[in-house]
Design a protein around this ligand. Structure first.
Ligand code: F1P
Length: 380
């Protein structure tokens, strides 16, 4: 039985409304969508087609906005780590302001344009701009079968089955991430990473059933003014995305830092009104355990997301989320993204908001003709 969507009575009448129904259903559908993604990747042969054209030996540039930007940075960090190549991600707006500078710096001849909707104006403008650079390979990644983006790129990869009804990206983020990781495993030509990814949907389904009610209960019963997410290396981009999720879904104030950077100023925020979530990575685990104890002693509430908790993490955390996966770190990133989805939804519901319709947001930022094109920086 999935964790219950909280039913809140509307103040204007006795009719109760199920708030956040789509968002919650989409969050909980992730293991199923991941299994479907694997099946579709297999049956379509798309990874072989992409691996024939794109190369793990030369630099990559990833472009996106919002969650698609953080996804870009996360995949770029993994590309750098696993292929020892230059790979980076930038917000689409930056490419528009300084295209020459960015293409020169990145040295990329293969550019991924990431956009769930395929309709975000800044990403489309970036694609238009890149179209005129005839030597560039461009890959448009979207969840929309009929997007404008597809028409502007040399190659496309569409995951329409992973799209959401709700405003915020949850399962599309993790499905795209896992697809690129499957492409990465193909590039590496090693069986272990691919096998680990294949096992993930089943393992994550069991984990999610246990973890979802715990996160929801905690968020329902604890109110915070500030939310902080910490992580090192690729986990830093998961932390950024987690902060964006809390902000988007629950209109809450959230910040993200490299874990060790939190000591350099931001720790002044730590106190009983702050929930600090540490997304623990293998490389930084020992230092992050010390940081966890230190931040606990400042009175902050601590949430730890870790594969297997050490006694230190157990002792100093208020909400411990263990992934407990028999999988290398490579295969655990998508699962690590889920706690923030659940936390954001539960916080939004506690605040009486509807996570399906976050305040001030649209599914994609489509700028009308009133919005002038960005002016290029001089010399760019
Ligand atoms: C990017 C995005 C979303 C965000 C928001 C507006 O969309 O920034 O991440 O949740 O509602 O758009 P897309 O380009 O990936 O479709």
């Amino acid at each position: 039985m999935p964790p219950a969507t909280r039913k809140l009575k509307k103040s204007t009448g006795s009719r109760s409304t199920t708030l956040g129904k789509n968002t919650l259903a989409e969050i909980l559908s992730q293991p199923r969508i991941w299994a479907e993604t694997q099946e579709r990747l297999r049956s379509s042969g798309i990874l072989d087609q992409l691996a024939d054209v794109f190369s793990p030996k030369t630099p990559w540039l990833f472009v996106g906005c919002g969650s698609s930007y953080y996804l870009s940075r996360l995949i770029a960090a993994l590309w750098t780590k696993y292929f020892q190549i230059d790979a980076t991600g930038i917000p689409a707006s930056e490419l528009l302001f300084a295209p020459d500078e960015i293409l020169r710096q990145s040295r990329a001849e293969q550019v991924v344009l990431m956009s769930r909707s395929g309709e975000t104006t800044e990403v489309l403008r970036a694609a238009e701009l890149l179209k005129s650079r005839k030597t560039l390979l461009t890959l448009g990644v979207t969840c929309n079968k009929q997007s404008v983006l597809e028409k502007l790129c040399t190659h496309t990869f569409t995951l329409d089955w992973a799209d959401e009804k709700s405003m915020v990206m949850t399962r599309s983020f993790t499905a795209i991430l896992l697809s690129f990781q499957a492409l990465g495993a193909k590039f590496l030509n090693e069986s272990e990473p691919a096998e680990a990814l294949n096992k993930l949907p089943n393992q994550a389904a069991t984990w999610l059933e246990e973890i979802a009610p715990r996160i929801q209960n905690y968020a329902r019963t604890h109110a915070f003014k500030d939310y902080v997410f910490l992580g090192q290396n690729a986990h830093y981009w998961l932390a950024q995305e987690a902060g964006l999720k809390i902000t988007e879904i629950s209109s809450s104030y959230a910040q993200a830092y490299h874990s060790m950077e939190f000591r350099h100023g931001p720790r002044s925020i730590a106190g009983p009104d702050t929930l600090i979530t540490i997304l623990v990575s293998d490389a930084a685990a020992e230092e992050e355990e010390k940081l966890c104890a230190e931040l606990k002693s400042l009175g902050a509430a601590i949430c730890v997301v870790v594969n297997r908790a050490t006694p230190g993490f157990r002792k100093h955390s208020d909400l411990l989320i263990e992934l407990a996966l028999d999988a290398p770190e490579f295969a655990r990133y998508a699962v690590s993204a889920i706690p923030a989805h659940l936390l954001g939804t539960a916080v939004g519901l506690r605040k009486g908001l509807d996570p399906d319709s976050p305040k001030n947001l649209t599914r994609a930022v489509v700028l009308d003709s009133e919005h002038k094109r960005p002016t290029k920086r001089s010399g760019a």
